[in-house]
Design a protein around this ligand. Structure first.
Ligand code: TK8
Length: 362
């Protein structure tokens, strides 16, 4: 009996070993989930990550608008240039739709060094650097070409340099664009139509003051909250370039759009200073020229599509109002006190300088 038990046990063990051996043999070629193979796989995976990515630095780059917007196409262009020119040593991960937070939150993350790149509107930057409100002067730029000349010229450069003291590096201006009104209450044809309308503005004191002067009831809010606020009727309207109104689907909750073009908003391409300072000079230069080149591309596609966005909104059933010259002149007149008031905060010299630059560019 004992002998039989011994034989059976031995046979069992032999079979068991054979079975394991078989498993091992197959796992070498195909991979399996036994412990030895898992260890090998993990090692293989790690090495293939290095081989595929080979990234020494990873940039998390976020924007507030969605993946349909030229802003995101610009960001993808930036990624393409940087990864190609650094041979993959600098990898760029892109995030849209405020996935990493709204403009202000993302800027704060850059200051802390917990995110590397973001491309906010300049308006919320005025909460960090008051001089940035200079771009919010209503009816400052007559057209995009003048905006380019001023932003890419001395005044724009000077404002990029001011970011340094906020632990940020500004590499280029991109385009958000001329802002137009949308609302769910009535067509805006003249200044009287602003009366009492609840308007969401960006988080910027000059914008708030300007809409008060126009007779509206403005409230500041992060862009990430806006669609829901329009949908739930927390606000009646908002203002943004047609690209945003159309591509973010605001027409689903807004019936009226007027081309007021009251303020031109640039985007500013920001890098975390702690991150930027830690890069080799060669990579800093690549980032700098990539931000400029991607920005030129972004401005181009932003402008090309403007007519399509307008037609798109009309096709979606929006009532589109072309503002008359008189109505615009009236708006311009109404917001004049705001420009005077904010010239103090911005600095009178800077206001004069930008007005001169606008004149020179025409
Ligand atoms: C997107 C914003 C947006 C701006 C706004 O992050 O907040 O209305 O116009 O484009 O920067």
């Amino acid at each position: 009996m004992k002998k039989l038990a011994f034989l059976l046990t031995t046979l069992f063990l032999v079979l068991l070993l054979a079975a394991c051996g078989g498993d091992n043999a197959s796992s070498d070629s195909e991979g399996s989930d036994d412990s030895e193979a898992t260890g090998e796989e993990a090692a293989e995976e790690a090495s293939s990550n290095v081989a595929a990515g080979d990234a020494e630095y990873t940039i998390r780059a976020s924007i507030g608008l969605n993946s349909e917007h030229p802003q995101y196409k610009g960001l993808l262009k930036f990624k393409e240039i940087v990864e190609a020119e650094t041979d993959g040593a600098v990898a760029v991960e892109t995030y849209h739709s405020g996935q990493l937070g709204d403009d202000r939150t993302a800027m704060e993350a850059l200051q802390l060094g917990s995110q590397e790149v973001t491309v906010p509107s300049t308006a919320p930057v005025a909460n960090f650097i008051p001089e940035y409100a200079v771009f919010d002067i209503p009816f400052l730029f007559p057209n995009e070409q003048v905006a380019d000349a001023v932003l890419d010229g001395e005044v724009g450069t000077k404002l990029l340099e001011m970011l340094d003291e906020q632990n940020l590096v500004g590499l280029a201006y991109w385009e958000n664009g001329f802002r137009d009104m949308s609302n769910s209450t009535r067509p805006i044809e003249s200044i009287a139509d602003f009366d009492g309308l609840k308007i969401r503005t960006m988080e910027n004191d000059l914008h708030l003051a300007a809409f008060r002067e126009l007779g509206a009831n403005p409230t500041p809010m992060a862009f990430t909250e806006l669609f829901t606020a329009l949908q739930q009727g927390t606000v009646d309207g908002q203002e943004n370039p047609l690209s945003t109104i159309y591509l973010e689907g605001f027409h689903e909750v807004q019936d009226y759009v007027s081309n007021t073009h009251h303020i031109y908003t640039p985007f500013v391409f920001l890098v975390s200073k702690p991150f930027y300072d830690g890069l080799p000079a060669e990579y800093q230069e690549i980032l700098r020229s990539a931000a400029v080149e991607a920005g030129q591309y972004q401005r181009e596609i932003n402008r090309e599509a403007n007519e399509d966005y307008k037609q798109g909104l009309i096709d979606e059933g929006v009532e589109f109002t072309e503002m008359s010259d008189e109505a615009i002149a009236e708006m311009r007149e109404a917001v004049q006190p705001v420009i005077e008031e904010f010239s103090e905060t911005i600095g009178k010299d800077l206001v004069e300088e930008i007005n001169q630059a606008v004149e020179d560019a025409q």
